[in-house]
Design a protein around this ligand. Structure first.
Ligand SMILES: [Zn+2]
Length: 269
């Protein structure tokens, strides 16, 4: 475990876990989750949730997940963790933007279960963590991290990498980079840049003693875990690079390392 107590900043986290509907129209099994993960993993807020829901009609199964709303009353350790990671990204990006004579607009982070509303129509656990540019908010159902573990990524530093990647989309939104996404190739470029930005964040806290030297491997393993080739191999057994939206495991690790080794924004641009 990293020592997050060394970071004193906090981000803007809204915990909707106690208020999320248990399901939307039932639940979806692993096949449905896999399909959607392929299409929308760690996506950029350009998701068409209606399409996703249509695709999932055929794989709808009984939802076995249940939880006690009372579990989410008050502030739990996960909320503190998410807020702390977000706070540290805010610190870093505020500095980077200040150097450009710009003011960084910190994103909001909504924690939810199953489904919730976003300005991009609806947020759903099945689409994985994602950023909605219309309300500048990151949507996260932390049960996603069970999926991440199946793909080979686990640990708190791995989870922090995922958050820092989504924050990267908020940065891209403010720099006008998100608007340029139109083809699958553009999508891969944008996603790899968000990984590089996540590496910059890891660099920014490197000397704080938060993450022990070996623990940074968790972030790299997570970057590899969410590579399109890994996801496709795990869930479908077929690897089709022409459909990739986020880049291969190798590309994603390399992008993260570009940021982490250099600590220079220019390395990601
Ligand atoms: Zn992304």
């Amino acid at each position: 475990m990293a020592d997050w107590s060394k970071i004193l900043s906090r981000g803007n986290v809204e915990d909707r876990r106690a208020y999320s509907p248990a399901t939307i129209g039932g639940g979806f099994g692993i096949a449905g989750i896999a399909l959607v993960l392929l299409l929308n993993y760690l996506s950029t807020g350009q998701i068409n949730v209606d399409d996703v829901l249509n695709q999932l009609q055929e794989v709808q199964v009984q939802n076995e997940q249940s939880y006690n709303k009372a579990d989410f009353e008050g502030t739990d350790s996960y909320e503190v963790f998410a807020s702390t990671v977000l706070g540290s990204t805010n610190d870093m990006w505020a500095q980077v933007f200040a150097q450009k004579n710009m003011e960084y607009q910190a994103p909001r982070l909504v924690l939810f279960r199953s489904a919730t509303q976003s300005a991009c129509s609806g947020a759903d656990s099945r689409v994985g963590p994602h950023y909605c540019s219309l309300d500048q908010t990151i949507y996260l159902d932390e049960t996603f991290f069970d999926e991440l573990q199946k793909l080979g990524g686990e640990g708190d530093v791995a989870q922090a990498y995922v958050l820092a990647h989504e924050v990267g989309h908020n940065v891209q939104n403010q720099l006008g980079i998100l608007d340029t996404e139109s083809t699958p190739d553009d999508s891969v470029t944008i996603e790899l840049q968000a990984d590089c930005f996540a590496g910059l964040w890891a660099y920014s806290i490197r000397d704080l003693g938060v993450i022990a030297p070996g623990e940074i491997n968790e972030a790299m393993d997570a970057a590899a875990a969410v590579g399109d080739d890994r996801i496709q191999a795990t869930y479908t057994g077929r690897i089709t690079p022409e459909t990739w939206t986020h880049g291969s495991s190798e590309e994603r690790v390399r992008a993260f390392n570009n940021g982490f080794q250099s600590g220079a924004l220019a390395a990601c641009m």
